[in-house]
Ligand binder design. Structure first.
Ligand code: CA
Length: 224
């Protein structure tokens, strides 16, 4: 799950972003309204967390502008001003939820989860490819009859593969969806994680599912 955080105060931004990353979300950060609007409109996110008071362009303007451009990504507004008026303006401008600063981080996480669930109602609640089953809501993975334990990052990686079966996923695509925009693709971190994941899902199976496409990336497929 990929989240755009638009927040200009470095301390707050780093606090939120670290907390979300610890929950295995990929987080991109924009530190002003103009950059935030550009990223929200040009990249694909599952959620935007948008501060209202921002340099360049305020959060409400950013929100109106991306909604006019038919960007339907769920938006959670943040503001230090807990005034009713801001909340009304925010919801009228197309926000899906609103949280007043200072907030409890667990409450932010709960709202993030709720918004991500809402956004997923159109898709299937679980994913199946051959005998591999992934249930994002329960964080459960099964291959044939065996349950497989994955770390949060391995899970995020597998979820990205099973949402895109038989498609070649480049390291850049994987980095952007499972890590974040600033991830250094020159390291071999992705290869290491894919190897761990492969050990867990393919080791005891006759048909291998996670294949390397040499020089390009990886592919979840039963056809080798
Ligand atoms: Ca601010």
């Amino acid at each position: 799950m990929r989240i755009l955080l638009v927040e200009d105060e470095p301390k707050v931004a780093s606090f939120i972003s670290r907390g979300l990353k610890a929950e295995s979300y990929a987080v991109d950060l924009a530190s002003d309204g103009v950059q935030g609007e550009h990223l929200a409109a040009s990249e694909r996110y599952d959620l935007v967390i948008l501060d209202i008071v921002l340099p360049g362009k305020d959060g409400l303007e950013v929100l109106r502008s991306i909604r006019e451009r038919h960007v339907a990504t769920p938006v959670l507004l943040l503001s230090a001003r807990g005034r009713v008026q801001d909340r009304i303006h925010g919801l009228d401008a197309g926000a899906d939820d609103y949280l007043a600063k200072p907030f409890n981080f667990d409450e932010l996480l709960a709202r993030v989860r709720a918004l991500l669930r809402r956004g997923k109602t159109e898709g299937p609640p679980t994913f199946t490819y051959k005998d591999l089953h992934v249930d994002p809501a329960r964080h459960a993975v099964r291959r044939g009859k065996s349950d497989i334990e994955l770390t949060p990052r391995e899970f995020a990686l597998l979820e990205y593969f099973i949402r895109n079966p038989e498609r070649v996923l480049t390291r850049t695509m994987i980095a952007e969806h499972v890590w974040d925009y600033h991830f250094d693709t020159s390291t071999n971190v992705i290869d290491v994680y894919v190897k761990h994941l492969r050990d867990k899902i393919d080791r005891d199976a006759k048909v291998k599912l996670l294949h390397t496409v040499r020089g390009v990336g990886y592919r979840l497929t039963a056809k080798s």
